[in-house]
Design a protein around this ligand. Structure first.
Ligand SMILES: NC(=O)c1ccc[n+]([C@@H]2O[C@H](COP(=O)([O-])OP(=O)(O)OC[C@H]3O[C@@H](n4cnc5c(N)ncnc54)[C@H](OP(=O)(O)O)[C@@H]3O)[C@@H](O)[C@H]2O)c1
Length: 235
């Protein structure tokens, strides 16, 4: 394959939502524990998820003007760490102090910013100062297929975990790029229509025919959780 194998691994409530009630369910711990079962070298998150949990907030609103015009070319920082967090940031908005993310209970991860051609020269200079790797994938929206081929060829990533949010998950599903779906179903619901769902089509993407999955395994977890494993029915 000229792209990594993609596993979408998510925690979800009975009402299909990935935010709110499921996050505080007793079986939520299993979500983190099962993450390692897939042996992925990288995890990719959408901009909202990155900003809420993984990046150093947002980049300063006004970045210093860069004297040098930086080419729109992929930038690979050398590192001994072969574990990555791929940060979808089409416009270049996320803040970084370092090329690594270190979170309690997670292995140290090398940051790869996934950008589009919309990014400013100042933001590229900002990423270079933080020594963060970046790749270009798309004109103004993410080209998920191109991104995956670059992750494989530039960073030797063979297995990638797609871990939300809903818009990111749908962007990959729509390009037929999810190989496996792993769902931790928490026995709870809050009916909040504003919460993100497992798959949410962003407004900028056209309607698409449904994506179907084949159920391979069901396992009962502690605290009434269920672990559902599917493979995608390929078109
Ligand atoms: N339960 C779980 O397992 C789990 C895991 C992760 C996250 N979450 C939750 O999910 C929620 C966030 O989900 P979300 O769906 O709102 O956000 P998301 O998928 O994290 O990010 C959405 C944003 O990502 C960018 N994006 C997504 N697809 C894109 C594409 N094809 N091209 C360009 N940009 C694209 C857009 O940014 P711009 O608007 O800047 O263009 C879009 O607004 C959070 O509340 C988080 O807590 C839950």
């Amino acid at each position: 394959m000229d792209r990594p194998y993609v596993v979408c691994h998510m925690l979800m409530s009975l009402d299909g939502r990935i935010d709110g009630a499921c996050m505080s369910a007793a079986c939520a711990k299993a979500y983190g524990q099962l993450r390692t079962a897939f042996d992925c070298q990288a995890t990719i998150y959408g901009t909202t998820t990155m900003a809420g949990t993984y990046s150093d907030g947002l980049a300063p609103a006004s970045l210093p003007t860069s004297q040098t015009v930086l080419p729109h070319e992929d930038y690979v920082v050398q590192s001994d760490v072969h574990n990555f967090i791929v940060s979808v940031d089409p416009q270049g908005t996320l803040g970084w102090n370092d090329k690594y993310i270190e979170k309690k209970g997670r292995p140290k991860a090398h940051v790869i910013e996934a950008l589009t051609e919309q990014v400013s020269n100042e933001y590229l200079a900002y990423l270079r100062r933080a020594d963060a790797s970046y790749v270009f994938a798309g004109e103004d929206r993410l080209d998920c297929t191109l991104l995956l081929s670059k992750l494989k060829s530039l960073f030797q990533i063979d297995r990638l975990m797609l871990a939300g949010g809903g818009q990111m998950n749908w962007s990959f599903a729509q390009e037929d790029l999810i190989d496996e779906l792993s769902l931790i179903l928490a026995p709870t619901a809050d009916g909040n229509p504003a919460a993100a769902s497992l798959f949410d089509r962003p407004a900028f993407l056209p309607e698409h025919s449904p994506v179907s999955f084949h159920l391979n395994a069901v396992e009962k977890l502690d605290n009434d959780g269920l672990w559902l494993r599917y493979t995608t029915v390929k078109k």
